[in-house]
Design a protein around this ligand. Structure first.
Ligand SMILES: [Zn+2]
Ligand SMILES: [Zn+2]
Length: 430
């Protein structure tokens, strides 16, 4: 069967231009048959009204909570939330219960992802067994089962010798090692950046805990030739270290979250668990360094670190509530508004960091719309004005400090392999 999208505008990821364009899709093969104007008739045509045709977005860092914590999120709810946010692929972290530390568990998540039929699931597997930092997992078997990277996200691998061993094996398998950089001997159970920690009388978690671990792992990556991927960069020294390492030719990539781009610890005015995230919201100087790092490419990708929790869990204040914020469903309008509309970033810089670059970083298909490529695409209406409303979200978690923020734009349609996995219908005339 052939499906056509008519009336949209194609974004050029190189020069940022938008050109009227139709897309003809082979829904059996799941590929793009043609891009252009006056394309032949199809079995089904979806009519658009000038919305933008973007490559399907890719999020390299989400928490789907299944198995083990399905009261927070499931693979089905998390991938539907991602689809509603315009994502066609998500890489999910392995700190589930039990953790994804065996090939069978990785295969199981891949299967459940396929059954859910929303954004495609690309599991990240554990570096160490049960994420205990003691014994390495079977990287080759995990990769064979479908793992796109390995990570002990939630905590760092504290033993530098073990991390070196992990990087040697990962390098031989061409498997990226994604790090939650936190030196526990510096962190000492800290909860917030020092300024906010003093204000709310909780233990501080300084930027040095992150940067020290990043420095160690950059040296080890240089020595071993492994691909190091630094998760959720939050601090100015970390950005500087990555910039330095890239100049030295170290194979390092890095991600930044929407909350570290748009919020600093000054936003934490109430003892409210919604502001608690790891790494914590940092100083304004750190925030600006992340902003500049993303703009100049030191930070390669935007990833949400979508971390859903229940309302009750997050209602326990800063001391007791768990770390994490959701992000899948509004990151595109939020960053389009704040980077492109309000600060004149080139649209293609943002889109590159949310589609093509993430595909390159973890070696995934897609990330670009081209004839013969996968028909994974996102239809975005940049002119629509709305605000972030957690009640309308598909995720089981509504824990976001961005609730109520006005934004430009909404995702109208998300397609994976030519199949519509999400369609926004509210307020449309078509
Ligand atoms: Zn983390
Ligand atoms: Zn995470």
């Amino acid at each position: 069967m052939k499906r056509k999208l008519s009336g949209g505008q194609l974004l050029d990821l190189i020069d940022g231009s938008l050109t009227p364009c139709e897309v003809l899709i082979d829904t059996v093969q799941g590929t793009v048959l043609a891009l252009g104007t006056d394309l032949p008739e199809a079995d089904e045509t979806i009519f658009l009204h000038g919305e933008w045709l973007l490559p399907g977005l890719i999020d390299l860092h989400v928490h789907l909570r299944e198995p083990g914590q399905t009261h927070k999120e499931t693979i089905a709810s998390g991938t539907l939330a991602a689809a509603a946010g315009g994502f066609t692929q998500v890489a999910c972290m392995p700190n589930t219960i039990p953790p994804l530390d065996t090939p069978q568990r990785v295969r199981d998540v891949v299967q459940r992802g396929k059954a859910a039929g929303a954004a495609q699931v690309r599991p990240i597997a554990c570096i160490t067994r049960d994420q205990q930092g003691q014994e390495l997992t079977d990287f080759a078997g995990l990769k064979e089962a479908g793992a796109v990277a390995i990570s002990d996200d939630g905590k760092g691998v504290q033993d530098g010798g073990l991390m070196r061993e992990a990087l040697v094996i990962a390098a031989s398998l061409n498997l990226p090692v994604a790090i939650h950089a936190e030196d526990a001997s510096i962190a000492r159970g800290g909860l917030m950046n020092p300024g906010a920690a003093a204000k709310f009388q909780v233990p501080p978690l300084s930027a040095s805990a992150e940067a020290a671990m990043v420095a160690r792992d950059l040296l080890l990556a240089e020595e071993t030739g492994a691909h190091l991927h630094v998760c959720h960069v939050s601090a100015e020294p970390t950005v500087a270290l990555i910039r330095f390492a890239k100049a030295r030719g170290v194979q390092v990539t890095a991600e930044v979250t929407p909350h570290h781009l748009l919020l600093s610890e000054e936003a934490v005015r109430l003892d409210d668990g919604v502001f608690k995230v790891n790494p914590p919201l940092r100083s304004e100087r750190d925030r600006m360094a992340c902003w500049e790092g993303l703009l100049d490419g030191t930070l390669d990708v935007v990833a949400t670190d979508h971390a859903p929790h229940t309302r009750d869990e997050k209602a326990q204040g800063i001391w007791k509530s768990p770390f994490g914020m959701v992000g899948s469903e509004f990151v595109l309008p939020l960053l389009y508004t704040h980077l492109v509309v309000l600060h004149q970033w080139p649209l293609q810089r943002l889109m590159h960091a949310m589609s093509l670059r993430p595909a390159q970083v973890f070696g995934l298909h897609g990330g670009v719309l081209r004839v013969g490529g996968p028909a994974d695409l996102t239809v975005f209406d940049g002119s629509f004005k709305t605000y972030i409303d957690p009640k309308k979200m598909h995720s089981k978690g509504q824990n976001t400090p961005f609730a109520g923020w006005p934004v430009n734009g909404r995702v109208r349609l998300t397609l994976v392999a030519g199949q519509v996995i999400y369609r926004e219908t509210e307020g449309t005339t078509s």
